[in-house]
Design a protein around this ligand. Structure first.
Ligand SMILES: [Zn+2]
Length: 451
């Protein structure tokens, strides 16, 4: 009994000795919070105290997607401090849906350091009352239409992603976010300030987020635009930071169009223009479609129609496994022709010959150009259109302290004119590939242009 009592006494003494040490931790955090005022700023606030003046407070932000940021907070030195870090979204834009965690690193005059507990944060466009439907691969957010509007688009996107995954084997590691903006003004005011007003859809592949302008009264557009953009997002995330060789635009857009409908189908407008081009022998050379598409409405529509047709042909002729192999090859940054030769056994010209034969088009004389440039074709930043030169788009990479961000490409001069034409369908998906960030999308498809 004595021994038991002695043991208890010992334990009590130890507790008395240990407890004050724990309580006397030099720096303590009283409150730490995050407020989002979209699209103005993100506000991080901390209240902390210490026995001696706190001399340094740093905010650390870690994005769920990629990258992190560290910045010095503003505060007045003292034993009790209120520190703030204001993240100006006008200068360092982040789209809605960006999430991650943050914490503080606090130092006092005595050299004591304290790292606060990690807390989650999420950038929300809290100007609207969002409805959400989600599954592991993606979440769809909308506020314009009713529940049935969102459900219809969500279900179409689910079946498209099932098909894409089954065909190409691409998986989604982290849930992608799609935001549908009902009003054009709402949409534009959600983007970074420098975006051109003809943009209709914008994707941030680094963060796995897409914003699309889909009016509540334009369900038919939402039904195709959503799986289309999701496909771009998944493919580009799969490809990652595409190497110098890039990714052929026709393959990018062809895949996005292929998964707009399950089973795949080319809409009558595109079908008609494709058939006419076959009959009149006015198909665009496949190499031309490796770079930016023409901004001319008819040529652009034909470009999309051909892209769909070639992807469909690859699937039918070579099998679905080959697409998965090609994506892997592109991910390694291999040149277009090398990828096609290795996986399909033909280069771009050989593929074009086989495709033209398959759809009943006349054989096309391959221009000498092919011999001059056997490999690396320019990436999306350059127009490679032989027949209808497009304005040269060059994107400037502006590296912000956070995850890489990009200022959009300069306005192509022809864009507003093209956008006014209801037949123009130019999606910026291909441009997404530039430096891994995303997309400028001139995105007035005939359906969307009505609004
Ligand atoms: Zn597209």
């Amino acid at each position: 009994m004595k021994r038991v009592l002695f043991f208890l006494f010992l334990v009590m003494v130890m507790l008395l000795v240990v407890a004050p040490v724990g309580a006397q931790e030099a720096i303590t955090v009283t409150t730490s919070q995050f407020t989002c005022n979209f699209r103005k700023e993100l506000l991080f606030e901390l209240d902390a105290q210490s026995q001696v003046p706190i001399t340094r407070v740093e905010l650390v932000v870690e994005f769920a997607s990629t990258g992190s940021f560290r910045g010095a907070a503003k505060f007045e030195e003292g034993t009790r401090v209120h520190a703030t870090y204001t993240w100006n979204l006008e200068q360092k834009y982040l789209p809605p849906g960006v999430a991650g965690q943050f914490w503080w690193e606090i130092t006092d005059q005595a050299g004591s350091r304290k790292t606060s507990a990690k807390q989650p944060f999420r950038v929300e466009d809290n100007r609207f009352k969002w409805q959400t439907l989600s599954e592991p691969r993606f979440a769809l957010h909308w506020y314009g239409g009713g529940a049935s509007f969102g459900k219809a688009i969500f279900e179409r996107a689910v079946s498209a992603m099932d098909a894409l995954q089954k065909d190409t084997g691409v998986t989604v590691e982290r849930q992608l976010q799609i935001f549908l903006y009902d009003k054009r003004a709402d949409f534009l005011s959600a983007l970074e300030p420098v975006v051109n007003d003809w943009v209709g859809g914008r994707a941030y592949t680094d963060h796995g987020i897409t914003l699309i302008h889909v009016g509540a009264n334009d369900l038919s557009f939402g039904l195709v635009a959503t799986p289309h953009e999701l496909t771009h997002l998944i493919i580009h995330r799969k490809l990652g930071d595409i190497g110098t060789a890039g990714f052929p635009r026709w393959l990018d857009e062809g895949l996005a169009m292929y998964y707009e409908f399950v089973p795949p189908q080319l809409e009558p407008e595109y079908e008609t223009i494709l058939k006419r081009a076959i009959q009149n022998d006015t198909l665009l050379p496949l190499r031309t479609l490796s770079g930016n598409f023409a901004t001319d409405a008819r040529q652009a529509t034909l470009s999309y129609a051909q892209s769909f047709s070639v992807v469909d042909f690859i699937y039918r002729r070579y099998g679905k496994d080959k697409m998965a192999q090609m994506l892997l090859e592109f991910k390694q940054g291999n040149a277009f022709d090398d990828v096609f030769r290795r996986v399909l056994g033909v280069d771009t010209d050989g593929l074009e010959v086989a495709w033209r034969q398959d759809i009943g088009a006349k054989p096309r004389a391959i221009p000498t150009r092919a011999a001059l440039a056997p490999t690396a074709f320019p990436t999306f930043s350059l127009s490679t259109d032989l027949t209808a030169p497009t304005p040269r788009r060059e994107a400037t990479a502006a590296v912000t302290p956070i995850a890489r961000a990009m200022t959009p490409a300069p306005v192509p001069t022809a864009a507003p004119r093209a956008a006014a034409n209801p037949l123009t369908q130019v999606c910026g998906g291909g441009l997404m590939a530039l430096w891994g960030v995303v997309g400028v999308a001139l995105y007035r498809r005939w359906r969307g242009a009505r609004g």
